[in-house]
Design a protein around this ligand. Sequence first.
Ligand code: GDR
Length: 344
Amino acid sequence: MARCALITGITGQDGSYLAEHLLSEGYEVWGLVRGQADPWVRGRSELAGEIRLIRGDLLDQGSLIAAVERIHPDEVYNLGAISYVPMSWQQAELTSEVTGVGVLRMLEAIRTCSGISGSRTPGSAQIRFYQASSSEMFGMVDESPQTERTPFHPRSPYGVAKAYGHFLTQNYRESYGMFAVSGILFNHESPRRGPEFVTRKVSLAVARIKLGLERQLRLGNLAARRDWGFAGDYVRAMHLMLTQDEPEDFVVGTGVTRSVEELVELAFSLAGLDWKEHVVCDTAFVRPADVNQLCADPGKALAKLGWKPKTSFEELVGLMVESDLELLSTPGDRRPPSFSSDVW
Ligand code: GDR
């Protein structure tokens, strides 16, 4: 019988890549969707008909228990979160509830449905759990590159909420013997990235400027350094973590760090543009506290999972600029066909 996976955050970048990967591995894939009128559900899925949907919300414990009871998944991937760091200052409480306490609710749903009531009961939990932890937990780093043992110093309510979810996942593993693991993923991007994140903001602006639709791009901290990889590569690591004999946490990144300025320079040059003629620094995009630099040491993932990224930074930025040039050059409505699902 096909293995079955439940994904929260199915409407996001990672959810779509992970769903594709698991479908290609022969999985039955379910996505948790919230609210009454999700625009993605109403007509934006390229995977129409292949992913099964179930309603539920990381803010609602009962809905998560009902979803896990209905589906009986072999694996749960918790990718759902408020993931845009600046928003976590504006809506700190909501971020804590969704990105932080949402992890507790999903772990509780799995624990309840697996019949784990007492303390440590090794092997009793059939459902394997993946938590999307983040390099933002490292925050203000005092060692580089960052490993699974680097201490956390989060710099945003988002980073704090992710650290809570990370420690809770570890605690449920140690307390109840659950197969619960965290992937500490560094920045991962793609043509499907939301336009609020810096890589996509840049690739969309390059395309608009190249096509004469815009002249200027306003950005915040150009000196910030990140370890950027391709999201399609990173979902393979998530899946591999749940196929191991022992539950363990892993850092997932490329080991190469670049500044926002380097990103901008490359993206503009790929379209034959000089970034200095178009980019303006705007304090509106500077954060109350930023993470100045992040760089992964993915050594453990390579050694134990046999995982390494296949896509270089140059290839990634090229892919994104090319995709946005094509997107904005194509007239008319390019949305994929309507979504159909037996649960809606
Ligand atoms: P990040 O990603 O906060 O690292 O979190 P983002 O792309 O938003 O920012 C990266 C760096 O770029 C600087 N920056 C700008 N960022 C944005 N969004 N817009 C700008 O105009 C701009 N100018 C400069 C930022 O200050 C920052 O230093 C992402 C998210 O996906 C998280 O959910 C995830 O956990 C981490 O990556 C790993």
